[in-house]
Ligand binder design. Structure first.
Ligand code: LLP
Length: 430
């Protein structure tokens, strides 16, 4: 099994100590199920490795775009982590969960004036200034509110992490941040240091997502520490905080490796400490922003098979009661997923099929060329590793209702997000 919270008992798939068929029966399908202990152990993999390398000069920030619900914010707070938020909606949800917003970092390449006011009103710890146009917005909003707002500057180090194009963010050609290359990052830093209501604390970068190799982080750290030397020499500013973003990958299928978070952080720390030593910089306070690697393998989705259609010499289609509306990742990125026939988990995978959803769209595919024991209508399929970027990217396309999320703790489940109703669908409509 691709994750240690999955097992097979009497031929049935177990997840986080629960029988998946019992979960499907009790809560209905489609159903997102989350394993609280796995979320917590993923958080601890970060906090333990960061504290081992940086003492108390670190903060792990959960990138809440991966899954933004109140219960996750409460777990993250309990694990002594901060958060990365990217919209007023994420800020609102975190505040509603009682999150200490002084440990929140606010991202986004086009924050509106409303967003900036909302962040300041809610006492967000750090706003990450993305570009030159945003700086005066932050300065003016802070002045109006009578505060001095802590900021970081989002810098694009110009590293190509060779991940999927749509989740590649650290290159020079990026809509995010100001580039070291060409001097834009220097210019914004210089301006920020003249602002009265803005306190520049340091820099942030994010190279990309679903990375299995730390090399892009190491290259970015080399570029960023060179930049920190330039800023120190030219502008007399010592970077206090360096936020190195998120991006550590997760294993979706057997063919992918299981990234070792501790080893990743050890090599990042070695590079950062080495660069700071060699370049005579004091070691900054370090932040990391993991999203996917906190929640992805803590989640699965359960579906019921509706039909099995065999087109001779072409393909076998297995249609489920969800699809691109609750998991758009294959449609968007050709993302790999493992699909298990939950009641026949010990039978041989001798049937090849394409698992499709129920939307009126040929591209509504969960996975192609899946090998599993032949399913029949009524079988429960489990799609694994769906805790990140599934619920948070779900839509109501075709007026489908978003599935509920159940949270499992030590084999006991409760509803964390209820299933949507038809009333929810029309709630905003006249
Ligand atoms: N920090 C920043 C500034 C980011 O832009 C992101 C992700 C993260 C942290 C968290 O990265 P992670 O640890 O989750 O890789 N929807 C796509 C992923 C988009 C990621 C965007 N930024 C997907 O489903 O693969």
């Amino acid at each position: 099994m691709i994750c240690d919270n999955l097992s097979i008992k009497e031929g049935r798939l177990n997840f986080a100590g629960c029988d998946t068929l019992d979960l499907a029966k009790e809560y209905g399908t489609p159903l997102y199920a989350m394993d609280e202990n796995k979320v917590r152990s993923n958080c601890r993999a970060y906090t333990n490795a960061l504290s081992k390398n940086f003492g108390d000069k670190y903060l792990a920030l959960y990138a809440s775009k991966a899954l933004c619900i109140k219960e996750i914010y409460r777990i993250i707070q309990d694990e002594n982590m901060g958060i990365d938020v990217v919209s007023s909606g994420e800020i609102y949800t975190a505040v509603a969960a009682g999150f200490d917003m002084s440990k929140a970092v606010f991202h986004g390449n086009n924050k509106t004036p409303y967003d900036i006011d909302f962040a300041i009103q809610n006492k967000v710890g750090f706003i990450v200034c993305d570009n030159a146009d945003e700086l005066p917005l932050i300065e003016n909003a802070a002045k109006k509110a009578g505060v001095k707002q802590n900021i970081l500057i989002r810098v694009t180090p110009g590293i190509d992490p060779h991940t999927h194009d749509k989740i590649n963010t650290g290159c020079v050609d990026s809509k995010f941040g100001v580039s070291v290359y060409g001097g834009a990052a220097f210019e914004v830093t210089e301006k920020a240091l003249t602002c009265e209501n803005v306190a520049l604390k340091g820099f942030q970068f994010h190279v990309g997502s679903q990375l299995f190799d730390p090399t892009p982080f190491l290259q970015a750290i080399d570029v960023m520490t060179d930049f920190m030397v330039l800023i120190k020499d030219e502008l007399g500013f010592d970077c206090e905080i360096l936020d190195i973003g998120g991006g550590i990958g997760v294993r979706y299928v057997e063919a992918e490796p299981q990234p070792d978070i501790e080893a990743f952080i050890d090599s990042i720390a070695k590079e950062l400490i080495g660069c700071c030593d060699r370049k005579s910089l004091s070691l900054p306070f370090v932040c990391m922003e993991p999203g996917r690697s906190i929640v992805a393998n803590a989640g699965i989705t359960l579906y019921t098979v509706g039909s099995v259609k065999e087109i001779p010499d072409v393909k076998n289609y297995v249609a489920i009661d969800g699809g691109m509306a609750d998991n758009p990742r294959y449609t968007l990125y050709n993302a790999p997923y493992t699909v298990i026939n939950a009641a026949k988990a010990d039978k041989s995978n001798d049937y090849t099929c394409t698992v499709v959803g129920r939307c009126c769209e040929s591209g509504d595919v969960i996975q192609r060329d899946v090998k599993m024991p032949k399913p029949v209508p009524g079988d429960i399929l489990a799609v694994l590793t769906t805790g990140a970027y599934n619920y948070s990217m779900a839509s109501n396309y075709n007026a489908l209702l978003k599935p509920p999320i159940i949270m499992i703790n030590d084999g006991k489940a409760h509803i964390s997000v209820r299933r949507e109703t038809f009333e929810d669908l029309t709630a905003c409509q006249k």
